[in-house]
Design a protein around this ligand. Structure first.
Ligand SMILES: [Zn+2]
Ligand SMILES: [Zn+2]
Length: 282
């Protein structure tokens, strides 16, 4: 099959790679029909987390079940599934308490759970930017799209990472009715977080980014206030002023490959003295 492979820092190539097959009884093989590209892929692309040569990347896939192992109970060939970034066994303490990213069973190489397409330290699982993907713990590590659904791939694909990550960021930061919320970054996660903050009742949602077309998109689709930090010398002080003493919640949807102006300490400048900072670090 063909897959998108790592060929060294900032070098990717579509190459012929081995087609996956069932290895464990609870595995399934998915024929990929759509897959997102993520800011997290930059950590590999830029060499911060370095994969092996020819490693297949990608962790936002969906597709059609092609084959299932004998222990898979809830899925069959032909089912349509969205696959999350995290690989969870479904049985350990963490999986049973909605902390699947910390699964005790899916990653033999570290403390955190396994991840698709995120190198050896996250379990060494090949990613979903390929024609086929092996999914361990298939019953638990998948969302089945109801057979009655007529939604196209693009309408459900973001359940793999963007929507749950954004929702989690808003839910766990405790946004409530009437809050002022600053959201750093207006990429896919930031745009979704803006929507969820509004749904939670935030009265002001302020988008901060350096890319005008992203900010325009935020304003047009989510009716946020927008600030381009490249156009203001002291964005922290400005937002402190604009929010009359600071936001109730600041959500960082940029993460470690983002751009921060020198000598800025973003989050702590924006929230108020009793506010919340939620670093999502995508
Ligand atoms: Zn992602
Ligand atoms: Zn687990």
């Amino acid at each position: 099959m063909k897959g998108v492979t790592f060929q060294g820092k900032e070098k990717m190539a579509v190459k012929e790679v081995e087609t996956p097959s069932i290895q464990d009884n609870n595995d399934m093989i998915v024929r990929i029909t759509a897959s997102g590209i993520c800011g997290s892929d930059l950590h590999l692309y830029k060499g911060g987390i370095e994969p092996k040569q020819d490693y297949v990347v990608g962790h936002e896939p969906m597709g059609i079940v092609e084959d299932v192992g004998p222990s898979v109970k809830t899925l069959k060939k032909g089912d349509r599934v969205v696959i999350p970034f995290n690989i969870g066994c479904g049985e350990c303490f963490f999986c049973k308490n909605q902390m699947e990213s910390q699964c005790d069973e899916s990653n033999p190489h570290g403390e955190v759970g396994g991840l698709f397409g995120f190198t050896e330290i996250n379990g060494g699982y090949p990613g979903g930017q390929a024609e086929y993907l092996r999914v361990p713990y298939a019953d638990f590590t998948s969302f089945k799209v109801p057979e009655s659904s007529e939604l196209d791939d693009e309408s459900v694909l973001f359940l793999s990472d963007v929507i749950p990550t954004a929702y989690w960021s808003v839910q766990h930061s405790g946004v409530k009715k009437g809050d002022t919320v600053v959201i750093l970054g207006s990429g896919p996660i930031g745009l979704m977080a803006q929507k969820f903050a509004k749904l939670k009742g935030a009265s002001r949602v302020i988008a901060v980014d350096q890319v005008d077309h992203r900010l325009d998109h935020a304003k047009r689709t989510n009716h946020t206030e927008i600030f381009n930090f490249k156009k203001h010398e002291d964005i922290g002080a400005l937002l402190h002023e604009e929010t009359k003493g600071g936001a109730d919640v600041v959500i960082d949807c940029v993460g470690m490959d983002g751009t921060v102006p020198p000598d800025e300490s973003f989050g702590s400048d924006f929230d108020n003295q009793f506010g919340t900072i939620s670093p999502i670090k995508t």
